[in-house]
Design a protein around this ligand. Structure first.
Ligand code: SDX
Length: 427
């Protein structure tokens, strides 16, 4: 196979080197396109455009493959825990016991949040969406940790990384507790990372806290499944903001805002609201399938379709299996699970969905488990953000260590040509 691509335009030929990735993906390197041919490429939504070379996550949308640093998501979800996977994504290798203990020890050292932050949280109305609160609090971490902003050395990057891994679970818990008018608390760092998060989120004043081990296991698995997904909208946002050297906390805050959208991480909340709507409307899934296919109708089947997966999202398969196990284990009957399965069955047999290769994605079943775990629907996307935090960190760190240039796409201008200014009396 030639390692060059040739573009021919108006009788002239231009050659560009072709990069081949370790899984055989091919990319045309067009860094000389504008200087040689005076042209740029145009690609709405970057559907065919690679922004970087990355060694973090590999996914194959046609075959439904997802691997973090070469490890299959199925293995990691089954055999690893979330903190191990966070270490793997960020530093590239599964940690041995000493490395994992040191990592968690350094995180625990940084798990306090400045008391002044509570005043920022107090300023929000109770009705504020937790994603907006969390994005603001995460950005505010910069104000209280100015030394974590323009970090150049790997050591300073590590310090910023353990800071946000230590403080983010507290911000997540406080965001939920504020909505429930519960006192803002700290957990118990003799517990594991995910159990401590759960305790901070759910312990009640004066009440003994206890939790079914299966709940922590299910939550840990969900966080692993959300941990990274290569150059998705929010990870690309983190890279873009980070490329200006705005600092890790500001970059993560921007990623949270991008994830909030219902076309991205906000879909897990939108799925449950959709399923509840179908249930309230009498449970006629066929009626809603028709709405999803009607171009005149803005209704979309939330939790279905994916920019990259044109086969089953491997995470959706694992979560669907886990949903049955968790609900059975907790003795929870959730009628929307049956509606979800009915929708999935119908969609997988419907020509519109089959032709467009629209399958359930990670968000289709996750909300059903979060709900069974007692997590409020408005906090579903916050749980996605917590899961994605190590991935965002890994993407930011890789971009900074490789000294990638500031992101600055081009455009094709289609506005007015030069015009003469007219005084207001002449307009
Ligand atoms: C996540 O990128 C990632 O990796 C994201 C993520 C991650 O881990 O970071 O995997 C997490 O964001 C998962 C996706 C969650 N979003 C939703 O579930 C929202 C519903 N899905 C759609 O909005 C849509 O499928 C997207 C946004 C996910 C993907 O959109 P694309 O790739 O831009 O595809 P498209 O909108 O061009 O759709 C192609 C066709 C269109 O029809 P035609 O114009 O060809 O006739 O499929 C149709 C769309 O109308 N279509 C849908 C549909 N999704 C696509 N029709 C009905 N219901 C849907 N859900």
């Amino acid at each position: 196979m030639s390692d060059k691509a040739i573009l021919e335009y108006q009788g002239k030929k231009y050659e560009f080197p072709v990069t081949e990735g370790t899984e055989g993906e091919l990319g045309i390197n067009i860094k000389t396109l504008r200087s040689e041919a005076g042209m740029i490429t145009l690609d709405r939504g970057y559907k065919n455009t690679g922004s970087c070379e990355s060694a973090i996550t590999f996914l194959n949308g046609e075959e439904g493959i997802l691997r973090y640093r070469g490890y299959a998501i199925e293995d990691l979800a089954e055999k690893a825990d979330f903190l191990e996977v966070a270490y793997l994504l960020i530093f590239g290798e599964l940690p041995n016991k000493q490395q994992l203990d040191k990592f968690y020890g350094d995180i625990k050292e940084e798990s306090e949040v400045d008391e002044e932050m509570k005043k920022i949280l107090d300023g929000f109305p109770k009705a504020a969406h937790p994603m907006g609160v969390l994005a603001s609090l995460t950005s505010a971490l910069t104000a209280f940790n100015p030394g974590s902003v323009d970090v150049e050395s790997e050591e300073d990057m590590y310090k910023a990384i353990v800071k946000i891994l230590g403080k983010f679970p507290v911000l997540v818990a406080w965001t939920q507790r504020k909505k429930n008018s519960l006192p803002l608390n700290y957990g118990d760092d003799s517990l594991g990372y995910v159990e401590n998060l759960h305790k901070m989120m759910f312990e009640k004043p004066g009440k003994k806290y206890n939790v079914d081990k299966s709940v922590i296991e299910a939550l840990d698995k969900l966080l692993i499944l959300h941990a990274d997904h290569e150059q998705n909208c929010s990870a690309s946002t983190v890279r873009m903001v980070g490329s200006s050297h705005a600092g890790l906390f500001a970059s993560i805050s921007a990623g949270i805002s991008a994830l909030w959208g219902p076309l991205h991480g906000g879909a897990n909340q939108a799925v449950i609201e959709m399923l509840e709507g179908i249930k309230a409307d009498g449970g006629d899934t066929h009626k809603f399938m028709q709405k999803a296919k009607d171009k005149e109708d803005p209704f979309r089947l939330m939790g279905f379709g994916h920019r990259v997966y044109k086969n089953f999202d491997p995470r959706a398969k694992i979560i669907k299996k886990s949903a049955d196990e968790v609900l059975e284990g907790l003795g929870v009957e959730d009628p929307v699970l049956d509606i979800a399965k009915g929708l999935e069955k119908e969609a997988l047999e419907d020509d519109y969905f089959v032709k467009r290769k629209l399958y359930p994605n990670v968000d289709f079943y996750s909300g059903i488990i979060y709900r069974a775990l007692g997590i409020p629907v408005e906090m579903f996307t916050v749980m996605f953000a917590l899961g994605r935090l190590p991935g965002w960190i890994a993407q930011w760190r890789e971009m900074r260590l490789k000294k990638e240039p500031i992101g600055r796409p081009r455009q094709i201008y289609v506005g007015a040509n030069l015009r003469e200014f007219k005084e207001v009396s002449e307009r």
